[in-house]
Design a protein around this ligand. Sequence first.
Ligand code: SF4
Ligand code: SF4
Length: 318
Amino acid sequence: MKKNSLGKTGIKVSELCFGALPLGPLQANIALEEGAKLVRTALERGINFIDTAETYKTYPYIKKALEGYNNKKEVIIATKSNAQTYLEMEKSIKEALQALDRDYLDIFHLHAARVTSSVFEEREGAWQGLKDYRAKGLIRAIGISTHVVEVVRRAAEIKDIDIVFPLINKLGMGIVGGTVEDMVKAITEAAKAGKGLYAMKALAGGHLIDQLKESLNFVRNIAGINSVAVGMVKPEELALNLKIFNNEEIPPELSTKKIKSSKRLVILSFCKGCGTCVKTCPNQALSLEKGKAVVDQKLCLRCGYCNPVCPEFAIRLV
Ligand code: SF4
Ligand code: SF4
């Protein structure tokens, strides 16, 4: 597996990053042993980069995958927090260190999705927390995850940012405040400014599943992208993604049709219309109609963020 340096951080990551989100309760919620085994297999096959977040609740899978693993120190884990204040960020950092059983964290982001470019002022305390913990040597690199073109542009100008984790896919699905071309340009400019960049949502939450190889290669070929985070829950998905990122021929048994199941979000009839999910959705895919939540499947990125906020347990990814 090809490895790239993330900007000026000195951190070298595999071009394929294991996206941990789908393992956990926001999506597939697979058994701990099974998920940990998949992560461990990915590490043994040349992936050394895992992306997670506090809200994904996937730290236990990663911790278990690393138990007894000889090359533990070479595994790069990126995580993120929605913390708004210094104290909240401090809590998130300590929780990650403990839950992942690490002496230090490799990459820690402000988990920011759809916020505006004022995020660094609005969450000044949280941002300061990241800078201080990097100065203490407990975090190697800090950055931001975002769906917003303007935030990528702003991040390029901020000296303290080491890494940017932007949303990009060939459809432009989920990009806020610009087109595919605008985001590609912002990514390339950020890379020129010395930032390390890895990409999310290359498959637009499953909308590009039928064009898997082309869609992943589109993002891999963007100047400035060092790695691509891809969510995986099955050994066959891992095998297929490894073939693509190792530029190997894909055998017929690994064809997308055979191993990929396209998921969709469903709102069950007992929705009470409280609107909490509508406020949570990062892509404005939910709205209220006649006292019930409805989903626009064309906008839904199947991130699963709306699932845990429903007090009625009325949201399912099926
Ligand atoms: S409706 Fe919104 S929050 Fe829910 S899965 Fe789709 S994009 Fe994510
Ligand atoms: S959070 Fe649940 S109950 Fe509230 S509107 Fe959304 S689906 Fe309905």
